[in-house]
Design a protein around this ligand. Structure first.
Ligand SMILES: [Zn+2]
Length: 270
């Protein structure tokens, strides 16, 4: 985390006691499961690449250890690694206890957002808590469901998990032609959703992942397995301070908190 982002954190607590009003009408966080940052390009992912160019990004993001789906998403939601979040396994089934820690959705709700969580792997249901006003597990239609939610009246805070690469990678290989083809499909699907949000204005969009892989393997201690991209674009903040930031999955929650809560020391600029 760089100094400018770390500087947000104390101010969060100062402002938390007063009525919160986020400077965004719509916040969308997309986690493309198993996305290797080297797969992003103008040719394969024109939509995501467009967000990178108009916002800020790093291709050197780092997952949790071990770099596995549920452990990494728990870190994204709670800002806590497996030792602190007490979620150190990669399994969950409906009916089992869900996350007990505060997540990114708790502050989003206190800021008045309608909160939506749409995911395409059932075990991510572990991260549903009472601060999530609408949630759905859908293997194939999570993007469309999120799109429908965000078109309703009100301010929205959405976390969307997209599956596909995590299935192609272990069979065909990370960065294989089939993997890139699947990514192009995902990129195109996201295009309509991102266009809707950008058209509405006052938006914050983050596109990231939970881990990558190498060959047909992931979740190992190979350096590629820990890699992920982080892209941030908004019409309400200057992208400069996020350019090439050091980023780990545990940084997302404090970053979101700093952005949702008005910070008098930072000038928001259109
Ligand atoms: Zn994953």
């Amino acid at each position: 985390m760089n100094k400018s982002i770390a500087g947000f954190i104390p101010i969060v607590f100062f402002w938390a006691a007063s009525a919160l009003a986020a400077p965004f009408s719509n916040v969308l966080i997309v986690s493309i499961d198993a996305l290797h940052p080297d797969a992003l390009s103008t040719k394969t992912t024109p939509v995501i690449y467009g967000q990178m160019m108009s916002g800020a990004y790093t291709l050197n993001g780092i997952s949790t250890d071990p770099p596995l789906t549920l452990i990494s998403h728990t870190a994204l939601f709670t800002g806590l690694g497996p030792a602190e979040s007490e979620k150190s396994d990669n399994n969950w089934q409906p009916g089992e206890p869900t996350i007990a820690k505060n997540t990114i959705f708790n502050l989003a709700r206190s800021c008045g957002f309608l909160t939506g969580y749409y995911y395409s792997k059932e075990k991510l249901g572990f991260l549903v808590n009472p601060a999530v006003s609408d949630h759905r597990f859908s293997k194939d239609n999570a993007v469309d469901i999120a799109h429908a939610f965000i078109q309703k009246p009100g301010n929205h805070f959405v976390f969307l998990h997209v599956s596909g690469l995590d299935e192609v990678g272990p069979v065909k290989g990370w960065l294989s032609p089939e993997y890139l083809e699947e990514l192009s499909f995902i990129d195109e699907m996201l295009g309509a959703l991102i266009n809707t949000i950008r058209r509405k204005g006052d938006y914050l969009i983050i596109i990231t992942s939970d881990h990558a892989g190498h060959g047909t393997v992931h979740g190992s201690n190979h350096p590629d397995d820990f890699k992920l991209p982080f892209v941030i674009v908004s019409d309400r903040i200057k992208p400069d301070r996020f350019r090439n930031i050091p980023y780990r999955v545990v940084d997302l929650k404090p970053m979101i908190e700093g952005l949702l809560v008005p910070d008098p020391r930072q000038s928001l600029a259109r």
